[in-house]
Structures are given as C-alpha cells and as structure tokens.
Design a protein around this ligand. Structure first.
Ligand SMILES: [Zn+2]
Length: 291
C-alpha cells in the first residue's frame, strides 16, 4: 500500500457507568468560520482555543453515543450521514463497537439539526435503523413540522427543515414524542430549550452513577464554557440558549455532574468547575480499561 491516510480512523470510546456502558461514536467533524460565533471577538476566541491546545479554528467534532445496559441498545443522535462533507462515519464507528444497525432498539434525539439526525437516513432515503423507535421532545417535532415557523426570516433553515421532515416521515410509525421524564428505564429526558425549541439532554443513571448527555449546550466547549454568552448563529433563540447554558453549567458545577456532549473533544466526557465569575472544563482522560 502506498500513500498516507487522508482521514481519521473510526473512533470510539467506551466508558462504564454503573452497570451500563456508554460508547462515544465519532461521526466526523464540521469546520466553520468564526462568523458563526456571536458575543466574543475572533482574537478572544482564538486565544481560548490556543490556550486549550487546539488549533485556532472553529472546528466541531460530531459524535453520537451508544448506551448498552444488557437489555436495551440505545443510540443518542446519529451524526450527519456526510450531509456536511466531513462526517458520515457513524456506521463505521458502530461496526467497530460491534453493533449492527438492526440491533438498535431506540434512537433518542437531542434535536433535529442535520448533524444529529442525518445519520438516520440512508442515501436512498430508507431507514438506517430498521427496528428503532425514535424519541424526541414534542416541541421539537412541532417546531420543524409547522410551516408558520418558516417565513422569509428563516429561509436559511429550509434545507435543515427538509431533512428533519424526511426523517419524521420515514420513521413516522415508530416516532414517540415526549415532554420529559423517564423515556426508557434509567434514562430521563431533560428539556434544554434555546438552541432549538425542543432541544433536550438525556440523563442516564445506573447503580447511583449518572451522566448528562447534553446535546448542543456547547458547540465549541473551550470558548462557550468560560464565555457562556458566546452564542451561535444556529441558535433558534440565542438568549434562551445562553440562559439554558448558564443554568446547566451552574448545576453541573454544583453537582459535579459527569457530562457527555455531541461536540466535545475526544473522548467526549467532562466535568464543570467554577472559575472566578465563570466556568472551566475538566475533560476526562481516556482510560484503557472499562472499570
Ligand atoms: Zn450540533
């Protein structure tokens, strides 16, 4: 074989939580211009990234998470199926994790943006997860389904909406909309609105241990955790997204809550601590063992 690799190898990371195993499945990444980040200057944003040892570019990893408790196999989000050009590796990662698409019982959706649900659709428009029930917040379903929400000011969101509607349609017979509470044994949906109206986190608890899979509470963690006021152009309601982010960061710091996130740096788990008047992140290190 000649040449050098041009992309990352399939990336997974397993972490034990009580009797359950949570597995990060990387789908790829997205690169943006800093124009998408508001309420922070570009030099400030670049400084925070450099200080964290990251390149000074708005690069977001995209992950989904697999939850296996021995009875039920659950996926949280699905990556983007390469709709954005640098993703679509979810199924390779799932294969590395030893799970076939037909083994997925439930897909829990944090919100209906393309990088979270695109992977539910095969290139021919069929279901990728033939047996899976798909769970999402009722408000998320309502928002994307209602024509009244997509007037001239939201033209930019129409392709995202079109994909969401295709996913809703293809999984229509197995779609379950909820407003909160326990959606599966040991898994509670927590409404975290703002980024989208029905944006939700999933809190997984097993044997007294807990993780909050918080979806898109941050897209660029090293910027938005110390500077929660930094909002994104993709936030449907930016002030509410900021308020929700502050509320979750406050709670995560007070409770020393383990966090997993769709756009966190590998291996995708961290804790939050207070830092002067703001917050700082304490990423968990990769562990070679499942204990
Ligand atoms: Zn996202």
């Amino acid at each position: 074989m000649t040449g050098i690799p041009m992309q990352q190898a399939p990336t997974v990371y397993r972490r034990k939580l009580g009797d359950t195993v949570i597995t990060l499945l990387n789908d790829g990444f997205e690169d943006y211009s800093f124009d998408i980040v508001h309420h922070i200057t570009r030099p400030e944003a670049e400084h925070l990234l450099r200080a964290a040892g990251l390149p000074p570019i708005a690069r977001m990893p995209v992950h989904a998470f697999l939850i296996q408790d021995g009875r039920h196999t659950t996926l949280v989000d699905s990556g983007d199926a390469n709709c954005m050009g640098t993703g679509g590796y979810l199924l390779s990662a799932l294969r590395v994790a030893g799970v076939a698409p037909a083994e997925i019982d439930t897909v829990l959706v944090t919100h209906a943006h393309t990088d979270h649900i695109g992977g539910l659709l095969a290139p021919d428009g069929a279901r990728v997860f033939p047996r899976a029930e798909v769970v999402l917040h009722e408000e998320e379903f309502r928002f994307w389904s209602d024509d009244a929400n997509f007037g001239p000011e939201r033209q930019r969101m129409l392709p995202v909406r079109a994909l969401a509607l295709r996913v809703f349609e293809i999984y229509r017979s197995s779609l379950r909309t909820v407003t909160g509470g326990e959606v599966l044994p040991g898994i509670v949906l927590e409404p975290l609105p703002g980024h989208t109206p029905g944006h939700s986190g999933y809190r997984v608890t097993s044997k007294g241990e807990s993780v909050l899979i918080w979806g898109d509470i941050v897209h660029l963690a090293d910027i938005q955790i110390p500077r929660p006021e930094a909002t994104l152009v993709f936030d449907v309601d930016a002030p509410l997204a900021e308020a929700t982010r502050r509320r979750v960061l406050e709670r995560a710091a007070s409770e020393n809550l383990l966090i997993a996130g769709m756009h966190l740096q590998f291996p995708g788990f961290l804790r939050i601590v207070r830092d002067d008047s703001s917050f700082a992140l304490r990423p968990e290190r990769w562990s070679p063992a499942l204990d």
